[in-house]
Write a new protein. Sequence first.
Length: 116
Amino acid sequence: RNHMISNFNPLTKRVDSGAIIENHVLLSLRNSFPDKTINYWRTIAKAEVDFILRLNDELIPIEAKYRTFQKPKISRSLQSFIKTYKPQKALIITKNFWSHQKIENTTVTFAPAHYI
């Protein structure tokens, strides 16, 4: 990909770093769960969650947010998904931020992309 677009800059200096991390997360999910279908979620109002993984009967929403967090922040889209489907857990992939936050009965884990 880098060769095709002639961009060998480090990830921190690229304007497409978010898309690259989303792709990395998708490939990691496919490698870890090859027999599972990975979906996304979008509402008529355009709220969107990047990935929805179904493990057994549990839905796990996963967001890729490759930016620096100072404190846990959950997007309105993810909050909407949590309110609608009430998953036990959710995951937000970040640039370098670790944290856990409870929203309703859902534990939201923030984890750096390099741990995926």
